[in-house]
Design a binder for this molecule. Structure first.
Ligand code: NAG
Ligand code: NAG
Ligand code: NAG
Ligand code: NAG
Ligand code: NAG
Ligand code: ZN
Length: 430
């Protein structure tokens, strides 16, 4: 018996902890593949396409049923490192992956989250940019863009202005990916500032772009951003005097919200874009709880299926809150499901099937936390669905500017929801 080896074996943890350092493509792939192998029942690793230089764009899915969508389980995603030189989010997502898979069945909260949510994690949307940065640097570097020198966050179709930029493979891959799932909530992790922003990044020409919410300067401990609504003493609701105007066209979050029915926010998590790796434990410790808390918010509001009189689920039916039309109407997916992120309150839901009068039904979203589930409300329509008349594929909105027919209050998600979501995102900065 080799006691030395036995002793060593006892000392080694069952799972080699992910180190706090930067993981380049090869190491990242190895880590993701090991996770997918060691935790095969709750993960699915797939590449949604390749970068210009042929690097895989990996997505790891974590969930009780990771391989495919299940009715009632909302789809959530995080995308990081779309600017290759903004690196903190990339490592945060690798640590988040490790945290989720190693705590499944051990930590009740993580277990419930995995049971109730399908979580898609993309540590790098721009692996070429990341690899091209020579060394950590707090400021702008060449790695921001992809290897064709395109800023991927200016590379999506834009609802408000004509955009003829050449669509990059990374962008095209994300656009295709968005069609494959009914994503409900998302965040896109950046660096270079401390700010959270919500759709819309762009606006109707000639009108001021909508405000971005700036988090306070570094050195302010941000207790505002608490789920329970604890507020920063100086600012009654923690955000009032932090609005700042900045316009971005062809960004990813607007695209998600307008064309993919997914409410995405942009989080800038570090002033330094590419900090030294000794700072990574700090960023992980400060953001871990928020990253988890934000995922839980996918369970806000109401969800369910729409059926006709014969009990057939109806796809492509418009389901929206009355007087909160989206630019492109939100439609049920192929299972007849809808998901609406809503704060507690009373709402009138408007269900529209072509050829029929709109069907209105009231929902009351309770104040109490929903136990890892939105309010469940199936809707039975009082007629047969004429399935043939409902287009089979989601007739997506035109990709050309839509501003000419925008109603002035088209922001279907009023700031209230955004502020609530951001309030659950704790970012402590010292
Ligand atoms: C996967 O398991 C192997 C041993 O079975 C271990 O060496 C490796 O560190 C594990 N990796 C991860 C990422 O869990
Ligand atoms: C999570 O799901 C598993 C498998 O379906 C079940 O055994 C377990 O009780 C669930 N745990 C929680 C905390 O909901
Ligand atoms: C985009 O359009 C502008 C003017 O409309 C034109 O000058 C430019 O060459 C076009 N670029 C591409 C890549 O098509
Ligand atoms: C319901 O939605 C349809 C389609 O979006 C719209 O035409 C109709 O005016 C809405 N009805 C009400 C009462 O909001
Ligand atoms: C919350 O969900 C769990 C299973 O996921 C269930 O056992 C529990 O009864 C639920 N609690 C409430 C208050 O609904
Ligand atoms: Zn960025």
């Amino acid at each position: 018996m080799d006691f030395a080896r036995l002793w060593l074996g006892l000392l080694l943890p069952l799972v080699a902890a992910l180190d706090f350092g930067y993981h380049h493509q090869k190491d990242m792939e190895e880590f993701l593949k090991n996770v997918a192998k060691n935790y095969s029942s709750i993960t699915r690793l797939h590449s949604i396409g390749k970068s210009v230089k042929g690097r895989n764009l990996w997505v790891l899915v974590v969930g009780r049923f990771p391989k495919e969508h299940r009715i009632g389980i909302p789809e959530f995603k995080y995308v990081a490192n779309m600017h290759g030189d903004e690196t903190v989010g990339r490592e945060l997502l690798l640590h988040l992956i490790e945290y989720l898979v190693t705590n499944d069945g051990k930590d009740a909260e993580v277990t419930k989250l995995i049971n109730s949510t399908r979580i898609h994690l993309m540590p790098s949307m721009n692996p070429d940019g990341f690899e091209s940065v020579v060394k950590p640097d707090c400021f702008y570097s060449n790695g921001r863009e992809n290897s064709n020198y395109y800023d991927l966050n200016r590379n999506f179709p834009d609802a408000f202005e004509f955009n003829n930029v050449s669509r990059q493979p990374e962008t095209a891959a994300v656009m295709e990916w968005l069609k494959t799932e009914t994503f409900v909530l998302s965040a896109n992790l950046h660096g270079g500032a401390l700010v959270a922003s919500y759709p819309f990044d762009n606006g109707v020409p000639g009108e001021p772009p909508r405000a971005r919410l700036w988090l306070p300067e570094p050195r302010v401990e941000l207790r505002t951003l608490r789920l329970e609504g604890t507020v920063l003493p100086k600012h009654p609701n923690g955000i009032e005097n932090m609005y700042f105007i900045r316009q971005i066209s062809s960004g990813m979050q607007d695209y998600n919200y307008i064309w993919a029915q997914c409410f995405e926010i942009t989080l800038e998590l570090s002033c330094c874009k590419y900090p030294h790796e000794e700072k990574l434990p700090f960023f992980w410790n400060k953001n871990k709880a928020s990253l988890i808390e934000y995922i839980k918010q996918v369970h806000l509001g109401v969800k369910g299926q729409v059926f006709d009189q014969n009990g057939n689920p109806l796809p492509n039916v418009i389901v929206e809150v009355q007087n909160r039309k989206h630019i492109c109407p939100y439609r049920t997916n192929k299972f007849g499901e809808y998901y609406l992120l809503l704060l507690p309150g009373s709402y009138m839901i408007n269900v529209t099937v072509p050829g029929h009068d709109p069907y209105l039904t009231k929902v009351v979203i309770p104040e109490k936390s929903q136990n890892f589930s939105a309010l469940k409300k199936d809707i039975l329509l009082p007629f047969r669905g004429q399935l043939d008349s409902i287009p089979v594929s989601n007739p997506s909105c035109s990709k050309t500017p839509l501003y000419s027919d925008l109603p002035s209050d088209s922001a279907a998600t009023k700031p209230g929801l955004f502020l609530f979501l951001v309030t659950v995102f704790l970012v402590f900065v010292k």
